[in-house]
Write a protein that binds this ligand. Structure first.
Ligand SMILES: [Zn+2]
Length: 384
């Protein structure tokens, strides 16, 4: 498959280049240098892989609005799948960034569906929504909707090497995590496999790290949202850490974000909490990237995880229990639509919150009071 850019000038942020590594190595020389245009997909792409097919259709529709890259490629037998990274909005490193990630776990297709639904609404609105166009002058948005296409194609949580990408980063849990669930190196045949001791991270995770390095570590403020589905009856928004019950340095900023959301959406159903309140784990990629980002004290990087409560769907349709995909994804169309509507609104909130971050972040005078309230809310009560 090849995607090419054709001309048309409109002075807005536009794509630089795109070539799919399936048939051509990415060529930075193919940049369309100031000329906005329309991407055309040549060849079939991946018509038998619903989510990837949909993403490629959006790339084609998004044309010059999107900067698209094949961040890496993953092989499953004879097949090769691209891991796409997309960006839109103002590339100025002085501006904030929001990253939308999905599909780390191949079975959790609803996470990818939520990210694609948000990307779709942006792509479809951009030609006429002048307010959105203005918003994108003030923020950078990046997308990696299918981090683990090999796992999604095979219908497994892990990647094709049997590695759980959310247990694969070089971070050790400081307290004892739950057996297996917290990450294990016994066997790739068991779930939650971390990968071999001492090995580099998996290619998909290295691609995420490169994207975060390029788009987040060059900026003072960024939020990432990574969409998953898991057991439970609540939709949860997790923040680091997963490897320790010790609070992160940016607890005041997380509380401030939660509070502006609570105020604007008083009927929301999300439970905000540090992931460590549910379970501890080795190898969490967001813990690793948060620690890397926080090496620069002036930088604020808030990686959040949306953990959709799959028991909500199973409870209403218990037959789902008998299918592997049914455990993690809504199986009835109207339920899927409701799930997408609800979470797309949350993703859109994050893009707006990032635009105006200077208006709601606690200042030096109030920060300690925020921290104290956050500790009382999430940590002291948890210990009691
Ligand atoms: Zn997951």
């Amino acid at each position: 498959m090849k995607i090419s850019c054709s001309a048309g000038r409109d002075g807005l942020y536009h794509s630089r280049q795109l070539l799919c590594a399936c048939c051509n190595p990415p060529d930075p020389g193919a940049a369309c240098s100031g000329i906005a245009g329309r991407f055309e997909l040549h060849g079939m792409g991946h018509p038998d892989f619903t989510e990837l097919h949909e993403l490629e259709a959006l790339i084609a529709d998004g044309g010059h609005w999107l900067e698209t890259q094949v961040a890496c490629e993953v092989a499953v037998g004879e097949r090769r799948f691209p891991v796409y990274a997309l960006a839109l909005g103002n590339p100025d490193p002085a501006l904030p960034v929001v990253g939308f990630f999905g599909g780390f776990h191949g079975l959790e297709r609803i996470g990818t569906a939520v990210v694609l639904a948000y990307l779709r609404t942006l792509v479809r609105r951009l030609p006429w929504d002048s307010i959105l166009q203005r918003q994108l002058e003030a923020v950078r948005l990046v997308f990696m909707p299918i981090v683990n296409p090999g796992g999604m194609w095979r219908g497994t949580r892990a990647n094709p090497n049997g590695v759980d990408l959310m247990r694969n980063a070089p971070v050790e849990a400081q307290e004892k995590p739950p057996f297996l669930l917290g990450g294990q190196r016994l066997s790739a045949r068991l779930p939650w496999y971390r990968g071999p001791q001492g090995a580099a991270m998996e290619a998909e995770n290295l691609a995420v790290c490169r994207l975060v390095e390029r788009e987040f570590l060059s900026r003072d403020f960024g939020i990432a949202i990574d969409c998953h589905s898991g057991f439970g009856i609540s939709d949860r928004i997790w923040f680091p850490y997963a490897h320790t019950a010790t609070p992160i340095a940016h607890l005041p900023e997380v509380l401030a974000l939660k509070e502006i959301y609570d105020q604007a959406h008083p009927n929301h159903r999300y439970v905000f909490e540090p992931q460590s309140r549910q379970y501890l784990a080795h190898g969490d990629l967001w813990d690793y990237l948060y620690q890397r980002a926080s090496a620069a004290p002036e930088r604020i990087f808030l990686p959040l995880t949306l953990e959709m409560g799959s028991w909500l769907w199973v409870k209403k349709n218990p037959r789902q229990l008998f299918s592997r995909h049914g455990m993690f994804n809504p199986q009835i169309e109207h339920r899927q639509q409701r799930v997408l509507r609800r979470h797309v609104a949350w993703l859109d909130f994050l893009a707006r919150a990032a635009c105006g971050y200077r208006l709601w972040l606690p200042d030096a005078a109030t920060r300690e009071r925020y921290r104290e309230r956050a500790l009382r809310h999430w940590y002291w009560r948890a210990k009691a």
